[in-house]
Design a protein around this ligand. Structure first.
Ligand code: NAP
Length: 283
């Protein structure tokens, strides 16, 4: 496997990946993303064969690729981006210039630079312009303690949607729980302190029991009276915002999971009816 990398972009993932590559015993240099092309060309001259990793924001990937392609990057150079939503298309200028191109996206979140452990156990969504590079990216995922799966251009939007939904909507779900508790007089900090251990336990439960086994709560138990009380409380809560819509929409998902887990059909119908969006009749 190639063991030399030039990471272009010193942001959250660039930093984290550079540290993890070094920790895995590989050679890596972290270079400026903005105005870094001249430095990159010089380092590539000193390290022919090093893989270039574009750790720049998604909207900059194509323009950086174009600049590299027209700035004399040698044919045969390998250039990889880290985006989950972009396919290999934005690297086409490099491909046309004779470079091998790939994508190496850690299905993990880096709100700030994180230590090498952050990559362990993570899946990397990979793709490449050749089977040889694809195999190398698989080896690289393994070297970082993760595993890989090929995600082709046409699968990228759904792959990235799943990743963004699960990672960012987790924070949104916590916000909605906190909204309910704030309506009951708690501060947001008090609410989060109470909810985070509950959420961590729910993720552990999901890992242990999968779906639909991890679903718990009144919908799984087939308890319409409790659901009715929740809806009534939401209706009277001040500053509820999206709470009613979120409760009902995710409640419908819970009904489907409860049905899959064996809840009887009568209860399923009753709960689904209860959770249907409230119709407002404009006067
Ligand atoms: N953060 C995550 O959780 C995460 C997770 C998976 C994948 N990714 C992917 O990783 C890539 C980098 O994301 P990031 O979160 O690390 O971004 P980031 O923290 O915003 O850092 C990006 C770096 O790119 C450079 N840069 C900024 N604008 C540029 C431009 N117009 N042209 C060239 N370079 C520019 C800057 O580096 P310098 O300061 O060196 O100039 C900046 O620090 C993206 O493709 C993203 O989708 C991120």
């Amino acid at each position: 496997m190639n063991d030399r990398f030039l990471v272009l972009g010193r942001g959250r993932l660039g930093n984290s990946l550079h540290t993890a590559l070094l920790a895995a015993g590989l050679r890596s240099q972290l270079l400026p993303g903005r105005h870094g092309v001249a430095t990159l060309r010089q380092r590539l001259g000193e390290n022919p064969g090093a893989y270039v990793i574009l750790a720049v924001p998604d909207p900059a990937v194509q323009s950086v690729a174009s600049v590299l392609a027209t700035s004399g990057v040698r044919p045969g150079t390998t250039v990889i981006h880290l985006s989950g939503s972009l396919g290999l298309g934005p690297l086409d200028p490099l491909r046309t210039a004779g470079c091998a191109v790939g994508a190496f996206h850690p299905l993990q979140s880096f709100p700030e630079p994180r230590p090498p452990e952050a990559f362990r156990g993570s899946l990397f969504g990979i793709d490449a312009s050749s089977e040889a590079l694809l195999a190398e990216l698989d080896d690289l995922a393994t070297a970082l303690g993760g595993l890989s799966r090929r995600v082709r251009d046409e699968q990228r939007a759904l792959y990235h949607l799943a990743a963004s939904m699960v990672s960012s909507y987790m924070a949104c779900l916590a916000d909605q729980g906190a909204t309910a508790l704030r309506a009951a007089g708690w501060s947001r900090a008090e609410a989060l302190e109470a909810l985070i251990p509950l959420m961590t336990g729910a993720v552990d439960n999901l890992a242990a029991h999968g779906l639909p086994g991890a679903l718990i709560g009144p919908i799984r138990r087939g308890d319409p009276d409790t659901v009715q009380r929740h809806l009534a409380a939401i209706a009277t809560a001040s500053h509820g915002g999206h709470l009613d819509a979120v409760y009902r929409t995710l409640g419908m998902v819970a009904v489907d999971l409860a049905a899959e887990a064996g809840l009887d059909a009568g209860r399923v119908t009753e709960l689904a009816k209860l959770l249907r969006p409230a119709v407002s009749i404009a006067g």
